[in-house]
Design a protein around this ligand. Sequence first.
Ligand code: NDP
Ligand code: OXD
Length: 309
Amino acid sequence: MRILLYRGDGIIEPWARDFAAALPQAETVLWQEGQAVERCDYAVIWAPTAALLEQLKNVKAIFLMGAGVDALLKFGDALPDTPIVRLGDAGMAEQMAEYVAYAVLRYFRRFDDYERQARQGVWQPLPVRAKSEFTVGVLGLGKLGAQVARALRQLGFPVRGWSRTPKDLPGVDCFAGMEALDEFLGGTQVLVSLLPLTPETSNLLDRARLSRLPQGAYLINVARGAQVAEPDLLALIRAGHIAGATLDVFRNEPLPAPHPFWGEPRITITPHISALTLREEAVRQIAGKIALLEQGEAVADVVDFDKGY
Ligand code: NDP
Ligand code: OXD
């Protein structure tokens, strides 16, 4: 069996080592730009070029080294007609739960205010926020969103979630579909996005939708930057309607140097690290799925091109 490996960032040797250990019977092929793809059974890739995708028509499946598929789906008709399998959790849900729990607690317990006060040498206890009125709303209740919702419930926050199709999660007030979005937003004090980027979710959080959030609401975006209309968010923060935001993802990454978000103290920025691909877990998951496919069995997390995720 031959497995082609490629990463746009070039950091591929450790993946080759781990695949050699997980699938000793397989030969790994490290593809480079300009090279012709010789017969391969599977491809495991991240941030591919059009030239590579063009040559993957005959592989049995393409595996992605990440969870989001938007960067791949933008190739549209140039994509080979081959099953594409993304990572399903593979250690990312726990990281997301940690990141979001930290960001929610930081805002809820006013650590952002206390950090500001401490920088000014101010010793001043601030009013306590009521947890029962501090509803966290999670957009997207898939592999990552569902675990984040569970973690927030365990911390005692009222939690609501929104998805495309109806869900039933213990202790989570579930909403589904565009028709329920305004009601969902109206009762959300902290909004967390864990939606995939699709034509439906692109610019979903624009001025009108963000204005539905109650006065003083907070935004945490750990999904994709293009879901938020950035100038609208900034205007609503400056107007005081949105209290602040913790943003891990941006329309353009790395976030460009002159971007106004850098200078806004109410926005906390991290460089797309809320859930990193854990290589060993990812290789274990992909190797397991390759074994299933070789036995003629179905695998989870195959991208649905009609849904766009
Ligand atoms: P899943 O596919 O498991 O879940 C997606 C969820 O979003 C589902 O609940 C789905 O609804 C819902 N959804 C999709 N479209 C809509 C819509 N139009 N309206 C309402 N709900 C919708 O994805 P994951 O949980 O694995 O990942 C989510 C995203 O997180 C990824 O697509 C990626 O962009 C991002 N991500 C970010 C990382 C980072 O480091 N910042 C790391 C990893 C992922 P339904 O259940 O009904 O299908
Ligand atoms: C992913 C990501 O989608 O890193 O895996 O954002």
